[in-house]
Design a protein around this ligand. Structure first.
Ligand SMILES: *[C@@H]1O[C@H](CO)[C@@H](O)[C@H](O)[C@H]1NC(C)=O
Length: 386
């Protein structure tokens, strides 16, 4: 039998190598297409100068990051008001108070003409090392395709500082300390995207994504005059009886790309829930590094629930059946829900169409994780055969 096992092993190695080759090749081809579409210069040549100018821009925009929550926007209607100062309440009550006092008014028709009133022109991304070649090969497309946007690629220390500054008000101390005490980088990364969108608004997108369409074009013409405060994309719509083995929810919204106005109620509610959850684990001494908890602690599960809760609370009964199988963007109140193709084009299942489809907006490369996934699924396959 050892001979047979060796043969299997060899076969597995060859398949893995082959698939890595194919995937890398496809990846590079994908990048080439985009290069032709949007960036004529050769990456090799400008990567160095690109790094330098990126670094300068980063420096200039640091002042912006230091602005505390209460003056995020000069437009009165957008200001997240500070909670009342008097306090014998405990801090959770204060968060509750803050939520009641928020002023959230979507833009009216006149202001809609002014592009700056919509979701702020800021793109947020995070990376261990923002100037690494592997990072720049994606981020440069966001930067070059959105010249009027401020593009932030923040490292861990900058994220930490942004949270501390934006949620520095004593009333929000539970929020910033919940962020500090999270035991895994993946939790912090999740929480950070909600925090930055809550405080500053704009578009958060994962570091390994590239734009297919300009953010301005995400909203179909017929909705132009509507009030849009949040843009979410369907990540999973598993029409199969055993969906719960693979997905957190029957309809799952993705949180690797989100566009939001600052202070949107979905984000307040979500940040509140995550803060409470983290503190309750802390108080029970259960801040363990349990990776299974991620999905419901900060991940797509709790994110999806928050969106659904809001839609139900504000716009009446709303279930997965209201959005399953949609092929064009659907507006529900101030929330624009994008079909699965928008943020997950070409994944080849659940009705996702190709990246050339008019509703494809963002490409997600899942860098780093797909090789692991591939090898894991291959091993699963082999062990099942036994
Ligand atoms: C969801 O679908 C149901 C049934 O068609 C409908 O009554 C309801 O108004 C929809 N909800 C929203 C928020 O559009």
């Amino acid at each position: 039998m050892p001979k047979l096992r060796m043969k299997n092993l060899l076969l597995a190695c060859i398949s893995i190598a082959g698939m890595i080759f194919i995937f890398n090749y496809v990846g590079i081809e994908g990048m080439k297409d985009l290069t032709e579409l949007s960036m004529p210069e050769d990456f090799q040549e400008d990567s160095k100068s690109g790094t330098e100018s990126a670094s300068e821009e980063m420096h200039e925009s640091e002042a912006e990051l230091e602005r505390p929550l209460e003056i995020i926007n000069d437009n009165d209607e957008y200001v997240i008001r500070n909670p009342a100062k008097q306090s014998n309440m405990n801090e959770f009550d204060e968060i509750e108070e803050a939520k009641k006092m928020r002023v959230y008014d979507p833009p009216d028709d006149d202001k809609w003409e002014d592009e700056s009133v919509w979701i702020p022109q800021k793109i947020w991304q995070t990376a261990k090392n923002p100037f690494e070649r592997d990072v720049l090969k994606y981020t440069r497309f966001w930067r070059s395709n959105h010249p009027s946007y401020t593009h932030y690629v923040l490292d861990d220390a900058q994220c930490e500082r942004l949270v501390t500054r934006n949620f520095g008000n004593p009333s929000f101390s539970k929020i910033s300390s919940a962020y500090q005490m999270m035991p895994l980088p993946v939790l912090k990364a999740d929480f950070f995207r909600y925090l930055v969108l809550l405080a500053q608004g704009g578009i958060y997108t994962d570091i390994d994504t590239t734009p297919i369409k300009h953010i301005r074009e995400w909203i179909p013409r017929e909705f132009e005059k509507e009030n849009i405060g949040l843009v979410v994309g369907i990540e999973a719509d598993p029409d199969r009886p055993d969906w719960y083995d693979h997905y957190a929810r029957r309809i799952q919204f993705c949180q690797w790309t989100i566009a939001a106005t600052p202070g949107h109620p979905v984000l307040w509610e979500l940040v509140h829930k995550i803060t409470m959850g983290t503190w309750s684990l802390h108080e029970k001494g259960q801040l363990s590094e349990d990776k299974d908890a991620v999905m419901d602690w900060t991940g797509p599960g709790i994110w999806t629930d928050s969106v659904f809760d809001y839609l139900n609370w504000r716009y009446g009964p709303f279930t997965w059946e209201n959005v399953t199988g949609i092929e064009t963007p659907k507006l529900v109140g101030d929330v624009l829900i994008l079909p699965i193709t928008s943020f997950s084009p070409g994944v080849g299942h659940m009705g996702s169409k190709s990246a050339n489809d008019p509703t494809a907006y963002v490409k997600h490369y899942f860098s780093g994780s797909w090789k692991v996934l591939l090898i894991t699924s291959l091993l699963n396959c082999m062990s099942e055969k036994k």
